[in-house]
Design a binder for this molecule. Structure first.
Ligand code: PEP
Length: 257
């Protein structure tokens, strides 16, 4: 069975003290369960303190981006070695907010993915279409280009360590969630693109999360879909109760299987 990953992307929402508090609550509530991984991605500023809080818990640490260069004159940027030193395991790249506001491109996502993998960490590669692209019949072309761009030159062995988060842009932070069927159909398509690049074993083993207004009320339905292997969660990850309710939905599903 594929690993289910429930990851909270806290974006620019919690300062250091609030991040430590939220991480402590989540670490206390999330028990280790075979097949389910719980991940939190605080602001860079809180990474070191959250790492301390998570020590010995079942919760893994992520950051929300990284630069692809090793070091140098890149004002405002953070390198893979800097975050690795703090115990970070996952790095979110290609998020639609990065693409929309900060010039993230498939080429940059690809450079970041290669660097993260070379450092022994795992990228969570976000992809997703806008509503105009979906309505304009470009869904498959957009997702296929994003996946192929992100994985260009990456070996099958490295690809098998990557996570994809399918996040329809129109569902992020809007309260509008893709239906279970819409999400499943699209995620199966994404897995097919991975299959085309790397074959069955990598495609079947890859965790492909859904992201976009996942909440306690819709998580069970989404997570029950064959090609949805967890969630990348924004709004509902900012409160312990709602985040843990989603983790619990994943645990229930895995234990029922
Ligand atoms: C996200 O930003 O990755 C996300 C899915 O946000 P939300 O859950 O708030 O839609």
């Amino acid at each position: 069975m594929r690993k289910i990953i429930i990851a909270g992307n806290w974006k620019m929402n919690k300062g250091v003290a609030d991040s430590v508090k939220l991480a402590s609550e989540i670490a206390a509530a999330a028990k280790p369960v075979e097949g389910v991984e719980v991940v939190v991605a605080p602001t860079y500023l809180a990474t070191a303190k959250v790492a301390d809080v998570l020590k010995g818990s079942a919760v893994k640490l992520a950051v929300q981006d990284v630069h692809w260069e090793d070091q140098g004159a890149y004002t405002g940027k953070v390198s893979v070695d800097m975050v690795k030193e703090l115990g970070v395991e996952y790095v979110i790249i290609g998020h639609s907010e990065q693409r929309q506001y900060f010039g993230e491109t498939d080429e940059k996502v690809n450079k970041k993915a290669a660097k993260i993998l070379a450092a022994g960490m795992k990228p969570i590669i976000c992809i997703g279409e806008t509503l105009d692209q979906r309505n304009g019949g470009q869904l498959e072309a957009v997702l296929s280009a994003q996946v192929k761009g992100a994985f260009a030159g990456i070996s099958a062995e490295d690809a098998s360590k990557c996570v994809i988060a399918y996040e329809p842009v129109w569902a992020i932070g809007t309260g509008v969630v893709a239906t279970d069927e819409q999400a499943e159909e699209t995620q199966a398509f994404v897995r097919g693109v991975v299959r085309g690049l790397y074959g069955d074993a990598v495609a079947e083993g890859m965790t492909i999360q859904y992201g976009g207004s996942m909440k306690p009320g819709n998580a069970a339905g989404l997570l029950a879909q064959k090609d949805i292997d967890g969630g990348l969660i924004g709004g509902a990850a900012l409160k312990t109760d709602s985040f843990i309710a989603i983790v619990d939905a994943a645990v229930k599903m895995v234990q029922k299987a």
